[in-house]
Write a protein that binds this ligand. Structure first.
Ligand SMILES: [Zn+2]
Ligand SMILES: [Zn+2]
Length: 348
């Protein structure tokens, strides 16, 4: 079978034997897997915590190991690559994605593979979620990033009516904006360097999208929309430190700055600490997601409250995975790029 792996020299398309399902495990035939910004960062060498590529996969269950009652062979599923322990102090406080054992499990050999094995722990803890036929494969590949946004909105204490500003309108920033909208945000603005992304944002969920180079324009848009107060929630959906600096100027007194994008290792915060202190900002990093939030996003998509399909601008077969990564790294060309596998033609 074909698989895309992260090698010393970069991205490599290799032939490996198809994995088999041991006790409690399953093997999934890939339909689609989104290219995430973190996959791009791994290729650039900026993110070393996990060496595997592809964590947004959907597909068809091809084999179940001994003792697996659910899912069944032939079922359409989304598979989550990491699972928290659900028992440690971190998990008990609800911060599941910061659990020390969260990233211990992973898909073998990764999400950009014709077939992949799902560890017993993931199967047992509910990380394999059936997806109804009403959710297309492309939409299915967006469940994980959309769920990351839901995890973030929950962690920061978002409530309906809140005003939101998203810095960075890439696929995940747009998902965040759209989800905030679906959950009743009072106003959603955003900023990005890319004109194409600003246009896409204004077509789908963002009321005002400003050029991120124009810091005073960004502050002005927020001031104008909030009667001078600032937003309830500013979201930094990029790893750029300059966006954090700008983002810290946007919340109202007592408001929240959500660090949502992955910064490069060693990045430093350049923020006026006295302002932070006197304005009482809550600075809250959020990372990744867990099964219950994926299930809730699935329900939002099924009910039609959250639209995802139009965010997928490119579908590339696994053989062209290098091309998929190239396209995904060009903001003027693409929003979400999805790599398709052998089960893609099986339905929707
Ligand atoms: Zn991702
Ligand atoms: Zn835990």
């Amino acid at each position: 079978m074909k698989v895309a792996l992260l090698r010393e020299g970069g991205l490599a398309l290799e032939e490996l034997p198809r994995p088999t399902a041991g006790p409690g495990e399953i093997v999934v035939r890939l339909a689609a897997c989104g290219v995430c910004g973190t996959d791009l960062e791994k290729l650039r060498g900026n993110y070393r915590t996990a060496g595997r590529l592809g964590h947004e996969p959907v597909g068809v269950v091809d084999e179940v190991g001994e003792g697996v009652r659910s899912p069944k062979v032939g079922e359409r599923v989304f598979v989550h690559h990491h699972v928290p322990c659900y028992t440690c102090a971190v998990c008990r406080r609800g911060d599941h994605t910061f659990c020390a054992s969260y990233a211990r499990t992973n898909l073998d050999p990764g999400g950009f593979s014709e077939y992949f094995r799902v560890p017993e722990e993931n199967v047992r803890k509910g990380a394999v979620l059936p997806i109804p036929p009403t959710i297309s494969w492309a939409e299915g590949a967006l469940l994980e990033p959309a769920a990351c946004a839901l995890t973030a909105l929950r962690r920061v204490g978002f409530t309906a009516g809140d005003t939101v500003f998203v810095l960075g309108l890439g696929p995940v920033g747009l998902l965040y904006a759209r989800l905030a909208r679906a959950l009743g945000a009072g106003w959603v603005g955003g900023a990005d360097l890319s004109r194409a992304r600003r246009t896409a944002a204004e077509r789908g969920g963002v009321e005002t999208a400003v050029d991120a180079r124009d810091a005073e324009g960004v502050v002005g848009a927020v001031t104008g929309a909030t009667g001078g107060d600032g937003v309830d929630l500013a979201v930094v959906a990029t790893g750029a430190p300059a966006a954090v600096t700008l983002g810290a100027r946007l919340p109202r007194r007592g408001g929240t700055l959500n660090l949502f994008g992955l910064p490069e290792p060693g990045s430093r915060l350049d923020v006026d600490l006295q302002q932070l202190y006197l304005r009482g900002l809550r600075v809250i990093p959020t990372y990744a997601t867990t099964e219950p939030d994926v299930a809730d996003v699935r329900a939002l998509v099924t009910s039609g409250r959250l639209r995802l399909e139009d965010l997928v601008t490119h579908r590339e077969p696994l053989e062209r995975v290098a091309e998929a990564f190239r396209i995904a790294s060009r903001p003027e060309e693409a929003l979400k790029v999805v790599v398709t596998g052998p089960a893609f033609d099986d339905g929707a």
